[in-house]
Design a binder for this molecule. Structure first.
Ligand code: URA
Ligand code: URA
Length: 239
């Protein structure tokens, strides 16, 4: 596959601290189930476990990330926006949709996907027996690019840390990237969306499925079949 090497490595061996932690959690559940009373731990081990516990305490909430974003002026998009569109949906979602950036209607409302493309996205979500309240929807950039142009690399770079933190706070089972800007930014690749769709990729150990943007689908209804295939794959992975 013509994807950059650093990324190709990741595809073959998704490395995430969450996998060993999940394994360990399963093991402890098993040990509890067979009525093991406890472990004999050295003081040193107890100190290490205390340190790890502190790590848990700083797990982020979406509200905390939104607060950090504040009245953001980190890139030039702030000049033309009416509202920041941070993202909306379920903090415990198994599925997160990531698109490109707010359009006209989203900028006015401060919410993602409330225009025509949003209605189509809602239908896509319903097609896999979910509602918008079950999933989380957000964008690569949180402010509307002028005349809906693609976000520029400096704008993506300024906003990306917040998206990464949102994804980390939710830790969904699956991310669905909508359109090429989202897919390329999340996967750090220059590949086209038509070549990225059909595969399963990883962002920080979370599966990523790429499909066409709903706005593109409105202009190219012949691509519906492809999106339906992609979204069924998403459904299967979300479980
Ligand atoms: N298009 C996007 O990329 N994001 C939205 O939130 C709405 C339309
Ligand atoms: N090009 C894009 O940028 N997005 C799509 O969804 C399809 C083609």
């Amino acid at each position: 596959m013509g994807v950059k090497n650093s990324f190709a490595d990741k595809v073959e061996t998704p490395v995430s601290i969450h996998e060993p932690i999940d394994d360990f959690r399963s093991y402890l559940t098993y040990v509890g189930a067979i009525a093991c009373n406890g472990f004999a731990l050295s003081q040193k081990t107890r100190d290490i476990l205390d340190e790890w516990g502190k790590g848990n305490a700083i797990e982020e909430t979406l509200q905390g990330i939104r607060n950090d974003l504040g009245a953001c002026e980190r890139c030039k998009l702030h000049k033309g926006r009416r509202n920041i569109v941070f993202g909306k949906g379920n903090e415990r979602a198994g599925l997160v949709f990531v698109a490109e950036g707010p359009g006209h209607d989203e900028d006015i409302k401060g919410e993602p996907f409330v225009g025509a493309a949003g209605q189509l996205l809602t239908r896509i979500i319903h097609a896999i027996d979910l509602t918008r309240e079950d999933v989380y929807i957000c964008n690569i950039v949180k402010c509307r690019p002028p005349r809906n142009r693609n976000p520029e690399p400096d704008e993506i770079a300024a906003c990306m840390p917040f998206l990464i933190r949102q994804i980390e706070a939710i830790r969904p089972k699956v991310i669905c990237a909508l359109g090429s800007v989202a897919a390329r930014s999340l996967l750090n690749t220059d590949e086209t969306i038509s070549r990225l769709r059909g595969g399963v990729y990883y962002h920080e150990g979370i599966r990523v499925i790429c499909t066409y943007h709903p706005a593109y689908l409105l202009r190219n209804p012949a691509k519906k079949r492809d999106v339906w295939e992609d979204i069924q794959k998403v459904q299967k992975l979300v479980g």
